[in-house]
Design a protein. Sequence first.
Length: 113
Amino acid sequence: MKVVTKNRIVMAIIILAIISISYFSLTKSTPETDEEIIKCIGEKATLYTQLGCAHCKTQEELFGENIKYITVIDCFYEREKCGKITATPTWVINGKEYLGLKSIDKLREITNC
């Protein structure tokens, strides 16, 4: 009987932990980034995304409202513009492809912004 009760307590703790982590990850605020830095990145880089790509959505959310300064091409809707892009998100900077989710600091480094 004690084992069943102990297992229920452990299960309840695990469920509460999952709910807490989910809540905080879904409600976290987007850190504000200097608009001038985003404009600089936007002048030098193009972001290729695709409808339904979770990492693409996360990448766009990193920029918050400043995403408007980034050229974003959705390969689902604009296939002809995507050429040889094989994975999303992909950044193209100075003709070179950078696959995967990139932090704003990493993009600053790559673009020299």
